[in-house]
Write a protein that binds this ligand. Structure first.
Ligand SMILES: NC(=O)c1ccc[n+]([C@@H]2O[C@H](COP(=O)([O-])OP(=O)(O)OC[C@H]3O[C@@H](n4cnc5c(N)ncnc54)[C@H](O)[C@@H]3O)[C@@H](O)[C@H]2O)c1
Ligand SMILES: [Zn+2]
Length: 374
């Protein structure tokens, strides 16, 4: 049976690229790359496939075979799974791999994995000989709808996330929903938080589709799965096209992330997945929006109902220290002049950035969320 492939083009002038979404696409990766990279013919062109041992065991052979049959000389580098691999040491390891294979300006770096592999490999591609072609083959839901699109790459340094980074757009993103079958259910749900976020900030009709399809999206049986992934990429792409370098509008993608990041930090990144933290953070943002008169309570209810249906916790754990959260927000890069800035929901499908929120309002909203009974 021929599966439909969705194509989303990210329009960024000479940095434009396609995102392809379709079942089984991994096996046509080589041809899709050869058709798009400069000089057409890929013959003799080297490719470094960056992955982690677990993901390579699942999908590495299919990717290598596809690249080889399209004429690429394939090398691979394996990085241990986990956020700690987004490090300067891993960058050095990948520079070494490129150096050892005598990479030249025609060498292409392929990221096969989740956001950790994508951010790391992308940064290496951005910086080795001032920029190599880069292709993303994201294998987590989060990476398929978020991190593989938009060109932000980077690694952590000290205790700071993404402190070292570069903008480097991929030349192609290939999303194969079949790879999600091996992803643990908790990771799948986590990625859906970003999908729900897109509905909230940019598309009411999409939000309602998610309400109808949420169970099928969680267990991957929904016939809309590929189109939901593609539409999520489209919504992110439209924002990135207007603000590639994150100087304004792109901030709306941070809906739910201000409190979400603080929750990840106060729990030392151990308690919540990223999606679980931003699900809580989206509810905080909705309650803050109510307090400042921007968000209608019925829209908060719609958001909470969908998050609950997806299996997310929406009540804030009272054991978290509000003082600690508030202190962290003061350091958050979105805070200016003492009051943190929040992306707030004006209605389902429409959010606006940069609302200054006084500490007292923030505290009151978070208090309400710890006693949440909706
Ligand atoms: N660049 C951006 O714009 C951007 C946006 C959002 C997040 N991020 C970054 O993304 C990272 C998180 O990405 P993530 O959530 O994909 O986590 P991840 O890359 O750590 O992957 C999560 C886990 O799933 C495993 N895995 C991946 N694909 C699998 C598959 N198909 N089957 C089975 N297991 C699989 C991984 O080995 C890992 O253990 C963070 O570092 C974050 O900063 C970047
Ligand atoms: Zn996020």
């Amino acid at each position: 049976m021929t599966q439909q492939t969705h194509t989303v083009t990210v329009h960024l002038g000479d940095r434009s690229y396609d995102i392809l979404v379709g079942r089984g696409l991994i096996s046509s990766l080589g041809n899709e790359m050869a058709a798009r990279l400069d000089q057409g013919a890929s013959s003799g062109r080297q490719a470094l496939v960056v992955s982690s041992p677990e993901i390579a065991a699942l999908y590495g052979a299919a990717v290598s075979q596809s690249l080889e049959s399209a004429g690429f000389q394939v090398h691979s580098a394996l990085i241990p799974a986990g956020e700690q691999s987004k490090s300067a040491e891993s960058v050095a390891q990948l520079y070494q791999a490129l150096y050892d294979m005598a990479a030249d300006r025609r060498t292409v770096v392929v990221a096969l994995g989740g956001g950790v592999i994508g951010d790391l490999a992308g940064f290496v591609a951005a910086t080795y000989t001032r920029g190599l072609d880069f292709v993303q083959v994201p294998t987590t839901l989060l990476a398929q709808v978020d991190s593989s699109v938009g060109g932000k790459t980077g690694v952590n340094f000290g205790s700071a996330k993404n402190l070292i980074g570069a903008f480097h757009q991929p030349r192609l993103v290939v999303i194969d929903p079949d790879t999600l079958r091996t992803l643990p259910p908790r990771e799948r749900r986590s990625g859906l938080a970003e999908v729900i976020k897109y509905g909230i900030i940019a598309d009411k009709v999409f939000f309602h589709l998610l309400r109808r399809e949420i169970n099928g999206l969680l267990d991957l049986t929904s016939e809309h799965l590929a189109s939901v992934l593609a539409h999520s990429c489209t919504l992110k792409a439209r924002v990135v096209e207007l603000d590639e370098r994150d100087e304004g509008l792109r901030a709306i993608l941070n809906f739910g992330h201000t409190v979400g990041h603080a929750l990840e930090a106060v729990t030392s990144y151990r308690t919540y997945t990223h999606g679980e933290a931003i699900a809580l953070g989206m509810v905080s943002a909705a309650l803050i929006g109510e307090e400042v008169g921007i968000t209608r309570p019925e829209d908060t209810t719609s958001l909470v109902t969908l998050l609950r249906a997806a299996g997310f916790t929406v009540r804030l754990d009272a054991s978290h220290s509000l003082d600690e959260i508030v202190r962290l927000l003061a350091w958050d890069k979105k805070s200016v002049g003492g009051s943190a800035r929040f992306v707030l929901m004006e209605q389902i499908g429409h959010a606006t950035p940069a609302h200054p929120v006084p500490e007292s309002v923030l505290r009151h909203a978070l208090q309400r969320q710890t006693a949440f009974t909706l």
